[in-house]
Design a protein around this ligand. Structure first.
Ligand code: UDP
Length: 431
């Protein structure tokens, strides 16, 4: 049996101070129409990475809105997660052949998870490719477990591998709806997919990761890890993964260091259980960093948790997210919310968040990244202006309540679509 994760309660009312009473009222009205409906979220990891991060807020907020929301994590071994990581990489643009053996490993494990599924839900939301084939392998039991199935893909799909997409498509076609972060991600496949809804991810302003911290806590946390709060700090908070380009960040830092010798670089990561590749990439990054004692490579293994990430982001003079592909980039949202200027790769979901020159800079090389970092470090007033603009961006578009509303509207839309479908069928049968 797949077990439900324990959920700490959250209250919608607590978000009123950020988004206003009208917004909360809208959500309550919308949720009222589907009070008591049950929702199951299924993903591949309970911690590490943006999906888990969001579910820790979305699930309890759905509960507070009156839905019976639940969250389960599929099981898998290293072999399975290595295959799904390759799939993940291929969906983001790598060209790696998907062998028969890989398909067997994937299908075998998803089938095993399907056999462990139970319960009855109105809506099942399946996140990302790892559990994507669940409805297929549930067969007859599919409609009993979930009346409606939604696939929520968080990846940047602008350059997906066609071979893998063709393999996954028959699994995806069994869903009643699909959610992407950007309307561009389905490309020419839109006609062959279930109806697509665009919902951007979001951050929780009340989570320990984003809640305000006093100056003393920030500096104490930096010092604890040997970082000097008095010297310029450049930070990237990201998994050790080629798409996050930590090596490119180190190159950019080295260019900056020539002009600002006391600059420090912090790379903080959490090692997710569904990402065995991260260990290999951590070592690669460490080799690239070499003996430079102003580069700090930290992870959850040194006790970096939500509070530490919060303090690192707040204590940074500039936050970098130099991704080469990025579904959305919650780390960008988190830093914008903390009024930090953010330098981001000009890709995927980052371009939905950073307006070049307004709340940060968009870059496509280490050289450009270094130049933008230097610009921010040298213009303190400009950095403050950018920070304020960043906070407004997030308040308006990327807080948890926006995400919740997106899901509720989608659920309601699916019901309408079903009603229309059934009405049409009834008319058809009468004739
Ligand atoms: N994160 C964290 N600790 C770390 C590194 C990352 O808690 O050491 C969090 C980060 O704050 C963000 C999420 O993991 O909330 C990463 O989400 P993002 O969308 O940026 O990237 P993903 O890992 O999902 O590709």
């Amino acid at each position: 049996m797949l077990v439900s994760l324990p959920i700490s309660p959250k209250a919608l009312a607590d978000y009123e101070v950020f988004v206003g009473a009208d917004n909360i009222l809208d959500i309550r009205e919308l949720a009222g129409e589907m009070a008591g409906s049950s929702v199951l979220h299924v993903n591949a990891t309970a911690y590490g990475g943006g999906v888990a991060e969001m579910l820790y807020t979305l699930v309890p907020l759905m509960q507070d809105a009156g839905l019976r929301a639940d969250w389960k994590v599929i099981q898998g071994n290293d072999e399975f997660f290595s295959v799904t990581k390759i799939m993940h990489n291929c969906l983001q643009g790598m060209d790696i052949p998907i062998t028969t053996n890989m398909k067997q490993i994937y299908e075998h494990q998803v089938l095993a998870n399907a056999k462990m599924m139970d319960g009855e839900y109105d809506y099942v939301v399946v996140h990302d490719p790892q559990p994507a084939a669940l409805p297929h392998f549930l067969g007859e039991a599919r409609r009993k477990i979930g009346k409606k199935w939604i696939w929520r893909c968080h990846l940047d799909l602008t350059e997906f591998s066609v071979e893998l997409w063709e393999y996954l498509l028959p699994f995806i076609q069994q869903y009643d709806g699909v959610i992407f972060t950007s309307g561009h991600y389905a490309g020419e496949y839109e006609d062959r997919m279930p109806p697509i809804t665009v919902i951007t991810p979001c951050i929780d302003p009340l989570s320990p990761k984003n809640t305000p911290l006093d100056h003393q806590t920030v500096t104490r946390t930096l010092r604890k890890y040997g970082i000097d709060p008095e010297r310029p700090l450049i930070t990237q908070v990201s998994r050790y993964d080629p798409w996050k380009d930590p090596l490119g960040v180190i190159d950019a830092y080295r260019i900056v260091k020539k002009e600002i010798p006391d600059a420090q670089l912090l790379l903080a990561a959490s090692m997710a259980t569904d990402d065995p590749e991260s260990w290999h990439y951590y070592e690669k990054t460490a080799r690239h960093a070499g003996e430079d004692s102003d580069i700090f490579l930290l992870s959850n293994l040194q006790g970096v948790g939500n509070l530490e990430v919060n303090a690192f982001q707040r204590g940074s003079d500039v936050v970098v997210q130099k991704s080469i592909q990025e579904g959305f980039g919650l780390t960008v949202t988190e830093a914008l919310w903390k009024e930090r200027p953010v330098i981001g790769g000009k890709v995927g979901g980052i371009v939905l968040q950073i307006e070049d020159g307004v709340n940060g800079h968009l870059v496509d090389s280490s050289q450009a990244c270094a130049e933008s970092i230097l610009k921010v470090l040298k213009d303190k007033k400009g950095a403050v202006r950018m920070g304020a603009a960043g906070r407004d961006t997030v308040r308006e578009r990327f807080l948890s309540t926006v995400n919740l509303k997106g899901y509720l509207e989608l659920f309601r839309g699916l019901d309408v679509a079903k009603e229309q479908h059934e009405r049409k069928k009834a008319v058809h049968e009468q004739h």
